[in-house]
Every structure is written in C-alpha cells, then in structure tokens.
Design a binder for this molecule. Structure first.
Ligand code: ARG
Length: 247
C-alpha cells in the first residue's frame, strides 16, 4: 500500500491531554512507550516502539511537527538526564494513506527514527501481532500516557500514568447519548471507558493520543479521540484492528 511521506508537515499542536483516574506506572515497567516532542521541545503525544527504528502513533499528532522521540522515559522532567532514556530524531513520517481528519478514520502514523535504539531493561520493542483481535464488550484493557490527568489543569503529566478501561459495544457507542452522533464508530474503532457507575471515571485525554490500548497483553489499538475527557457517556475512541492490520 502506498504511504504518504509527511516530512514537510506544518507545525502545530496536538493539544494537551492526560490519563484521567489512573495511577503512576512503576518506572520503566512499560518499556515500549514512546514520548513524542514537538519542535519547541514540548511533549505532545504518546506512541509505541514497534522495532529498533519504528514508532506507531496517531495521525492527528501531525498537528504538531514531531521532531524528537524519547524511549525509556519515566518522568518528563527527568527525561533529559535519566540514563535509561534514548532520544532520537524523526527521520521520516508516514501518515496512513486513508486517514481522514473529519471522520477520524485510520488515525495512524508511523515515525522512522534517525538511528536504531537498543533494547535494555527499560526499553523494549512491541511488534504488532499478525492478527489483531477485536476486543469484546466488557474486556478490561489498559491505556497509558503522559497526557492530561486533570481536566482543569490542561498540562501534560510529568509521570507516565496508566488506567484500566472497559470495552463498550459499537452499537452502544454509536447511540446519540454516547457520541452525539458527531462521529460514526466504525469497525476500525473501539470505544472504551468506565462502565461501572460505582467506580471513578477513567479515560485518556489530550496528550495520550498515539499511546497503546492493551487488552490481555496485546496491543489492539491506539488512543485516537473523544468528546471532552472523563465523561461517562463519552468514552475514549481507539483506532484498532483493521486500520492497524492494513497499515
Ligand atoms: N485526541 C487526544 C489527543 O490528542 C486524545 C483524546 C482522548 N480523549 C478521550 N476522551 N478519551 O491526545
């Protein structure tokens, strides 16, 4: 499949976001997490390290000119001095050829690093599975990122956070109550959020985009969009299976 080289994309921002209702991830225990920085050196999106030179993230992160990727990061503040961190420039960028910013379909982007990173105890590759499962309704999955943790303080989190979210059926997620009919949840997307009313709301938010949705230890998608953050009936939407498989 042809891929579009977006090396000359315009600068902008991804917006700010964080994991809502999550907990701090034990340092270096998610060694495939990538942190993406814009041209000003601000962290803007997450990603997954697929191999020594490829990072998967969200196509809408193109709103920022992604210049640097850091791997093996624990806290943003320590990312320049932490000996576990390996930083690389972005050499090439390939947006999914069918990404549509209006419908949010195929929200995927591959970044090729200027130089290979090395696997260590704090940095590991997470290749995509050959067949990416479509997680069933009710499956508990994990999301992670340095995005917004408090909807009132719209800044990236210093700590890497993670949270468990529950998969919601597409039919349910397509109801007006859930997505304002603003977007259609296609078979390439999955909704996941907080379904138990007795539990605090857990969600991804600005800045978590591009980070992984992990179900039973397998990456099935990436954080893509949502209507606001941490609203029980407006769950996070993840780009999944078909779009990953066909990339
Ligand atoms: N688009 C956001 C980003 O750029 C991710 C938003 C996820 N929103 C949500 N409510 N789950 O980081």
């Amino acid at each position: 499949m042809t891929i579009v080289d977006r090396r000359n994309a315009v600068a902008g921002t991804c917006g700010e976001a964080e994991i809502i209702g999550g907990k701090k991830v034990k340092a270096h225990s998610l060694p495939h997490m990538a942190l993406l920085y814009n041209s000003k050196g601000d962290p803007v999106c997450g990603g997954t390290l697929l191999s020594p030179t490829w990072v998967l993230t969200a196509a809408h992160c193109i709103q920022s000119m992604i210049c640097t990727v850091r791997l093996g990061v624990d806290t943003v503040n320590n990312s320049k001095t932490d000996g576990f961190v390996q930083a690389r420039k972005v050499a090439r960028q390939y947006q999914h050829p069918c990404y549509n910013a209006d419908t949010k379909i195929h929200d995927l982007w591959l970044l090729k690093l200027s130089q290979a990173v090395e696997e260590t105890m704090a940095l590991k590759y997470l290749p995509l599975a050959n067949t990416i499962p479509d997680p069933k309704e009710g499956t508990i999955c994990m999301v992670a990122g340095w995005g917004v943790v408090n909807v009132h303080i719209k800044a990236m989190s210093d700590d890497l956070m993670s949270a468990d979210v529950t998969v919601i059926k597409r039919e349910t997620c397509n109801l007006t109550k859930y997505n304002n009919t603003k977007y259609t949840i296609t078979s390439d997307m999955v909704c996941a959020g907080t379904v138990d009313e007795n539990q605090d709301v857990r969600d991804t938010c600005q800045g978590d985009s591009g980070g992984p949705l992990m179900c039973n230890g397998v990456q099935v998608g990436i954080t893509s969009f949502g209507i606001g953050c941490a609203n029980r009936t407006k769950p996070g939407v993840f780009c999944i299976k078909m779009c990953l498989k066909h990339f």
